[in-house]
Design a protein around this ligand. Structure first.
Ligand SMILES: [Fe+2]
Length: 182
């Protein structure tokens, strides 16, 4: 089984039964990442694998801190023994450093998983933030609004996403520009 197939199977095992909607979303994010993988060259398989796996930290058996990016990345590192780059991408997808800081977990996140920059970081954020909870394509602005609406204005996740909004939109714009350049 190659890296991407293994990631898809692991995500299915962790999400499909307990969290079917997260599994639909993850399938959409995985497919979206496949559509932009050429932009990151040899890192394409790691990008796509991380996209399939980015939300496994929501799986009930994996929840430790309650921050899904950190719980998921730790599981992938310690239990699944996933590739280092995959773990770092999962830990930091969609500007997780802001939520980490707001939860008091920012130092742990950054110390354990050095952030990934550039096109790779933009690409996983693009894939996540242009995909609905049901796995369908959506504009980033509508996606951000949907998250705020789903969590409600006082939730830490909603506040973090509001704060991250301009950075997330920047990532999406850079990927769209790179795709347009072909
Ligand atoms: Fe997601």
């Amino acid at each position: 089984m190659d890296q991407v197939e293994g990631a898809r199977e692991l995500a299915r095992q962790l999400l499909a039964v307990p969290l079917p909607r997260r599994w639909f979303h993850s399938q959409g994010v995985g497919r979206k990442a496949e559509s932009v993988a050429a932009l990151v060259g040899d890192d394409g398989p790691a990008l796509v694998a991380a996209s399939w796996l980015h939300d496994v930290g929501y799986s009930p058996d994996l929840v430790v801190t309650g921050m899904h990016q950190l719980d998921g990345a730790r599981y992938l590192r310690d239990v699944a023994r996933a590739d280092d780059l995959v773990c770092r991408l999962v830990a930091h997808h969609s500007c997780a450093f802001i939520e980490g800081r707001n939860r008091g977990l920012g130092d742990q996140l950054a110390d354990e998983f050095p952030p990934v920059g550039g096109m790779l970081s933009d690409a996983i954020t693009y894939a996540d933030m242009t995909t609905t909870p049901d796995g369908e394509p959506i504009d980033v602005e509508q996606r951000l609004a949907e998250i705020l609406d789903r969590y409600g204005p006082d939730h830490l996740v909603a506040g973090s996403i509001s704060e991250a909004g301009p950075l997330i939109i920047g990532s999406v714009q850079r990927i769209k520009a790179a795709l347009a350049e072909g």
